[in-house]
Write a protein that binds this ligand. Sequence first.
Ligand SMILES: Cc1cc2nc3c(=O)[nH]c(=O)nc-3n(C[C@H](O)[C@H](O)[C@H](O)COP(=O)(O)O)c2cc1C
Length: 325
Amino acid sequence: MIFWKELDQPYFALAPMEDVTDTVFREVVLSTFHESPLKILFTEFTNVDGLCHPVGREKVSHRLMVNASERKLLQEKGVKLVAQIWGNNPEKFYQATKMLTEEYQFDGIDINMGCPVKKVVKSKCCSALIQYPELAKEIVKATQEATHLPVSVKTRIGFNHIQTEEWISHLLEVNPAAITIHGRIQKQLSDGEANWEEIAKAVQLNSGIPIIGNGDVISVADGMQKVNETGVNGLMVGRGIFNNPWMFAENQDIDTTQRLQLIRKHIQLFESTWRKTKNPNILKRFFKIYINGFTGASTLRNSLMTASGYEDFYSTLDDFSIRNK
Ligand SMILES: Cc1cc2nc3c(=O)[nH]c(=O)nc-3n(C[C@H](O)[C@H](O)[C@H](O)COP(=O)(O)O)c2cc1C
């Protein structure tokens, strides 16, 4: 099933974000709603060379982890989970995709042709593939050959200059299941405003392949306005979720108790999932997204930022709750 075409449109996707959209954060976001326009989640990007190597695979496999509790919510809420992969060797894409199809339960495979980071660009991966359209197409074809799952691409509007129509037309030749377009060129990284006029140009190519717009979407209403302006089939939200983790919830009126409950849930899930493998300090980047907009928020945030380890996090939250009863 090519869910990209069959889901009710327009739909929302939560962007793949390294060190953010692991199974824990995805479950936290899923737990904020019953019914929502959010229909697609992505893993963090995972390197195909790593996946094809026995030692490398062990190192990268945490990126593909899906807790049973997340799996249950995905099923209950009808949300799809897509594994995102990156590299530059079509044979490795083939092998990695075969393995992902046979040994995991993802709903789709997405190829990263958008990451602008120097190190990956230097090794001719991700956004660098915009400069090598023939190789990019070979990669899509090798990935498609390895799986019955829909193979999509996430990319940008150009490398060092805007080249939306030319680049997207190349990709369309190999019939990806969907294309997500981040409305910036590689050179911009995440700076400046996303260019939705360019995203609209990709829609106007009228290929019948879903185009998902990405860049600076800050709310569902903002996304819907962008749908009306550009005709995209779906929206992808990245950093917007940091401003409001309840972005996809039915009820946007979130009180202090709910904020404290969600942060506690995040910490507990993180601890039970990653206790032995990840540093609890990683959680600190999330604290500010839950702890704001209520009396005492900045003091609590500061206390959590200087706390060390799970027990300290829990006791800081307990102290705050007792003092503010
Ligand atoms: C912390 C962080 C990690 C990211 N990791 C990935 C990634 O693994 N794969 C990917 O395709 N894009 C990644 N991105 C880019 C986002 O998916 C998205 O394209 C970008 O942030 C623009 O959308 P936004 O303006 O809604 O944030 C990352 C972005 C951020 C902020």
